[in-house]
Design a protein around this ligand. Structure first.
Ligand code: AMP
Length: 115
């Protein structure tokens, strides 16, 4: 797997606006936000290029990424208003950084349809 910008963020080689961290997950603000709240949640210890690279054994970690995002939404007070979690997979899915991440978007009305 190649060294991505998110590998460098995890290793603290480049700065990021970190909003949450624990042993497994790092969350930081997207550098080109698509909504008033746009935070990326990434695994820290084990990295995957895409969702396709995860297996059964990675289910707890994938679940933790989502639960960490929802906990952040609750803590920040916008969980009841609503938010969107997105994982882009491969270039056809719009993925540009090949280090698995969950986008958390909130703070504006999300479009009902993608197309
Ligand atoms: P994706 O297109 O799903 O791979 O999402 C990659 C996201 O990473 C994009 O929304 C970028 O704006 C964001 N991004 C790229 N570089 C950085 C960075 N250095 N710090 C924070 N977000 C970044």
């Amino acid at each position: 797997m190649s060294d991505t910008i998110f590998d460098k963020i995890v290793r603290r080689e480049i700065p990021a606006d970190v909003v949450y961290e624990d042993d497994d997950v790092l969350a930081f603000r997207d550098i080109h936000p698509q909504a008033p709240v746009h935070v990326l949640f990434i695994p820290k210890k084990k990295s995957f290029a895409t969702l396709n690279d995860c297996g059964e054994a990675d289910a707890p970690l994938l679940g933790k990424l989502l639960l960490t995002a929802s906990a952040y939404a609750k803590r920040e007070g916008f969980a009841d208003d609503g938010y969107r979690c997105v994982i882009n997979c491969n270039s056809g899915g719009g993925q540009t950084v090949f280090y698995l991440h969950v986008h958390l978007l909130a703070g504006k009305q999300m479009p009902e349809r993608m197309l």
